[in-house]
Design a protein around this ligand. Sequence first.
Ligand SMILES: [Zn+2]
Length: 78
Amino acid sequence: MERIRAYYEGDIENKLGSPTKYKTDENQNELFCSICGQKVFVNELIFKDVTKIIEKTSENPFLCESCIDEYEDLAHSH
Ligand SMILES: [Zn+2]
């Protein structure tokens, strides 16, 4: 899980914009959360980043916001 953590340590909200549950002017690209499977829309930067990782590793590193929260709770409780 280290790789996922590193990916999200860069502050997504400031640098890359926030994923949304609906399509917006900025978020036109569809991704699925790798944990709960929820559909989320992201901007070009996030989409390219995530698809690059998927191409390299065949693993989806993307987590929706609620799964990030849960993941962080888990990480902090250890
Ligand atoms: Zn999720």
